[in-house]
Design a protein around this ligand. Sequence first.
Ligand code: ADP
Ligand code: MG
Length: 272
Amino acid sequence: MPTPAAPAAPATPSASPPGLIQIRNLAKSYRRGDQHIPVLLDIDLDVAQGEFIALMGPSGSGKSTLLNLIAGIDKPSAGTVEIGGIDIATLGDGELSDWRAHNVGFIFQFYNLIPVLSAFENVELPLLLTGLSARQRRERVAQVLALVSLSDRADHFPNELSGGQQQRVAIARALVTDPTLIVADEPTGDLDRSTGAEVLTLLEQLVDELGKTIVMVTHDPKAAARARRMVHLEKGVLVDELPPTSSDMAKATPPPTPPPTPPSSPTTAPEA
Ligand code: ADP
Ligand code: MG
């Protein structure tokens, strides 16, 4: 550390109000044989509910590692990641996958659709981990496919869809359980400029119209500019954060009690 650190009491490390995501003194390292590889060093970050934040940085700077820690697919070496007041390192493996199934939607660079399943079936997949009936699942899938303007492609297989359409199917899949948080790792990285722009517009809509919180990894400054706030990673350290504008702050102000899963969520509905 360059300067003597402040006492352990949690300071206010960023300009954003406390909210959905609270990361404190987060460190992650990997072990390879007897080699110890530090990847994230001492990360503090707050993300309010309803924010759209871009995580930028060169290849290898730790962006995906940080995103995976936020999404609960990896565990910290030190420090804490709290989402909606839950320190996710305290959850057991079963609890964690259940928590993820209800609270986090994932969007990947190469869509990660299952080739032998139709668009409809790909979107339905996360709902199979919930207690919804077949009819409730059908209704919910139809709803989110309409939201991404792909109702007329429900029976198509991934190889019958363009890259942009496949990514919209993947966005529908991320949304289907009505998670509070959506994490996206280079969601436009495999798309041409104009198709990528359409996907970004859709992500903006999820924030503005559905109140989703999005953490998006990208190394494309044009994509990052569509987010409401950018943070930069350099060699595992967060550098120069650009605060959101005051109007974005107003939009991002969390409701009085931000529940990890909204009450309207279909995933909390009992079996019909
Ligand atoms: P980015 O997404 O910014 O390109 P990553 O988070 O994927 O970077 O990786 C950051 C660093 O951590 C890289 O040097 C990478 O090789 C290393 N790393 C990532 N995952 C592992 C792992 N499972 N085991 C060992 N090293 C890893
Ligand atoms: Mg990456």
